[in-house]
Design a protein around this ligand. Sequence first.
Ligand code: PGA
Length: 240
Amino acid sequence: MKVIVLDNYQQISIKAAQIVASQIILKEDSILGLATGGTPVGMYSELVKMYKLGIIDFKKIKTFNLDEYVGLSKENQQSYYYYMMDNLFKHVNINIENIDIPNGMADIKEECVRYENEIKQSGGIDLQVLGIGHNGHIGFNEPDIKFESVTHLVKLDEDTIKANSRFFDSVDEVPKQALSMGIKTIMHSKKIVLIASGKEKAKAIYGTVKGNITPNLPASILQLHNDVYIIADKEAASLL
Ligand code: PGA
């Protein structure tokens, strides 16, 4: 695990974007695993800047996203599909057919099987970007997850619903379920970059880097992956 601590949010956003850009430059048909949430917004904006400067090209890039809420359509502004279009895809030359995000409106069982198979058939994820929840979740793999899980239906923790309610008009509007890549899906990625910002992530980052490996803090499993960057700002790294 390589831990990189930087001064502030802007610096972690630039650093994460540089790692993604380097992956794209080294392999123009890379398979990227992408994350949503507040944290990666800055990274996406840096990637868009690099694309506009002609540094990176998304023409042959394929993407899979970590998760999607159940019951939200692509057009819903709170869906992760919408988020990805808004923050990255509509600003770069990615082929829309090369984007895959779990479909929260589909038959759940079939969609989980389809998604996991698509990832496998693509040859596997070259670089997976992760955020981290206050409770140590990655994707929507909430505490007490089974480490051997693949793409599956999850019931969101109260803690996650509360944290994500800032993107909705009220806490009641936050979906209670989501589809998420599992821990095993994530661990199969060849390389992982996890970004974290702010003191409310400090406990989770401590557990991820220095704690016991335990399903109670799902990100702690990353200690067993052989190519992980943890990029944290000073506040998120304050307990290390
Ligand atoms: P955040 O979410 O970036 O909005 O804090 C991270 C996560 O829940 O994985």
